[in-house]
Design a protein around this ligand. Structure first.
Ligand SMILES: CC(C)(COP(=O)(O)OP(=O)(O)OC[C@H]1O[C@@H](n2cnc3c(N)ncnc32)[C@H](O)[C@@H]1OP(=O)(O)O)[C@@H](O)C(=O)NCCC(=O)NCCS
Length: 154
């Protein structure tokens, strides 16, 4: 069920600390070495905001979800995305992906895609959103299997 209070807006620099917390949801089951090496920090997010477009799902004054997008001429990559643990399974992820699809469509992209680690087990979510698993990338990143998922926007 979608929480009616949740709205999606473009992120601002002042959101970086909360975005960091939200995106680090992805690292909850990782070991400390991996976390130290790859988890987000406010500095990393601020730097990345110059490369990717960030959007946040806001519930009241709290950021409950975040998505970063790389919009190209033909494809849009969901570079990163997460919903806070306590706010998952309430339709927020679905709204963020729908928002991204609309934005990508308006931008002229014909495909939206992402990769996800098998460990995260988010592929079921993307399949529900109409994506198709197009490629398995075995041991692609630090020994982790990645799955590429994509969806046509035309
Ligand atoms: C994956 C994630 C973004 C989904 O967001 P969410 O807000 O919980 O998802 P929603 O509530 O919008 O779910 C939409 C649909 O997908 C389903 N779904 C959600 N997560 C799922 C999962 N892990 N596996 C299978 N189905 C899933 C929901 O049941 C719902 O189905 P419905 O439309 O039939 O009711 C969120 O669980 C998350 O942040 N996970 C940790 C980080 C992560 O994996 N990020 C993705 C990195 S690529």
């Amino acid at each position: 069920m979608v929480n009616r209070m949740v709205t999606i807006r473009a992120a601002e620099d002042g959101d970086a600390a909360e975005i960091t917390e939200v995106l680090n949801t992805e690292f909850e089951n990782e070991d400390s070495d991996f976390f130290r090496k790859y988890s987000n920090t406010e500095e990393k997010i601020l730097k990345d905001m110059k490369r990717c477009k960030y959007y946040v799902a806001v519930d009241g004054d709290r950021i409950v979800g975040a998505i970063s997008l790389l919009l190209g001429d033909i494809t849009c990559r969901i570079d990163d995305m997460a919903v806070r643990k306590g706010s998952q399974r309430r339709g927020i992820g679905k709204e963020l992906v729908r928002f991204a699809e609309n934005l990508a469509g308006e931008h002229g992209c014909s495909i939206i895609w992402c990769t996800t680690s098998k460990r995260l087990d988010a592929s079921g979510f993307y399949l529900k959103m109409g994506f198709t698993a197009s490629e398995l990338l075995p041991r692609h990143f630090e020994g982790r299997d990645l799955i590429k998922l994509e969806k046509s926007l035309i």
